[in-house]
Design a protein around this ligand. Structure first.
Ligand code: SF4
Length: 283
């Protein structure tokens, strides 16, 4: 149980992104470690693969439409892998030669089904890895849109690439919350609500689509404002509760989590030292 009488008071953040909203609602204690104290986390293999796949698809769409072929995407994947060879997110995985070869194969496999999902020569993209932010009261909402494009009628379409598994139908709406957030940003920044938002699950070849409405966009501001109020309250009192779930199995901060007998006050020094040692250690 957190002692709110002696707990430290944290600076209140002034911006929120979809991943931060999701992090706070999943576990406030983890949010404290990652978003308030900004502690480094060891890179995860799935996250690093996802980043590299996003980069390869970005490189594909930098090409003229007629040159977006499977061979070009394979080249772009090879280029993205090469770009990341010295990046801390790859170096920190500590892969040996066999591990690196498997990592590369897995990244290529993640784009195997891409051309079954869409024909990139017909996509009219107007923005790639597009940074957007908008004010809601004193709060800045921000996010990066993987791809913004125009459909045949000239309407906006937001596309988000996913490298994890597609959700079951029960969790589809939850997984769309992030892209509704992006449709809110489009409306706020560009003055137009997208006609469609799409999640492309590259590993399985599935695409989930939804049509944003005035209500879905309004829901984002209502929900985000409520989450921000809760974040503000937690920062003021220092009371970030741990919320145990299956996510604890992958949590980088478990050893400092009070739910597992840890001391959160030690995380700041120990997490930084562990991360520096991981990156600096010889392969
Ligand atoms: S171990 Fe679980 S409860 Fe603790 S911070 Fe991580 S996700 Fe939250």
């Amino acid at each position: 149980m957190t002692d709110t009488a002696t707990a430290p008071v944290f600076p209140v953040p002034t911006s929120l992104s979809p991943s931060r909203v999701s992090s706070f609602t999943s576990c406030p204690m983890q949010f404290r470690f990652s978003s308030i104290e900004k502690l480094p986390e060891p890179p995860g293999i799935a996250t690093t693969k996802g980043t590299i796949v996003h980069r390869a698809l970005e490189l594909l769409f930098v090409r003229p439409a007629g040159e977006r072929t499977p061979a070009a995407l394979a080249d772009d994947m090879a280029a993205a892998l090469e770009e990341y060879r010295t990046h801390p997110d790859f170096v920190g995985l500590r892969l040996d030669a066999d591990g690196t070869a498997k990592f590369d194969r897995d990244c290529h496999a993640l784009i195997d089904r891409y051309f079954e999902m869409e024909d990139p020569t017909t996509v009219r993209e107007i923005g790639l890895e597009l940074w957007m932010e908008a004010e809601v009261g004193a709060l800045t909402l921000r996010g990066i849109i993987d791809r913004l494009e125009l459909d045949a009628d000239g309407e906006l379409v937001v596309t988000d690439y996913k490298t994890g598994r597609a959700p079951s139908s029960n969790f589809e709406q939850k997984s769309l919350a992030g892209v509704h957030f992006y449709s809110f940003l489009c409306e706020a920044v560009l003055g137009r609500r997208p006609a469609k938002i799409r999640l492309m699950y590259l590993a399985s070849g599935e695409t989930i689509e939804t049509v944003p409405s005035a209500q879905s966009v309004k829901f984002i501001t209502t929900r985000t404002t409520a989450v921000w109020s809760a974040v503000e309250r937690a920062c003021t009192t220092g009371d970030f509760r741990p919320r145990q779930s299956k996510l604890c199995d992958w949590c980088s901060f478990r050893q400092w989590c009070p739910a597992f007998g840890g001391d959160p006050s030690l995380a700041a020094t120990e997490a930084v030292a562990a991360h520096d040692a991981l990156i600096a250690a010889p392969a």
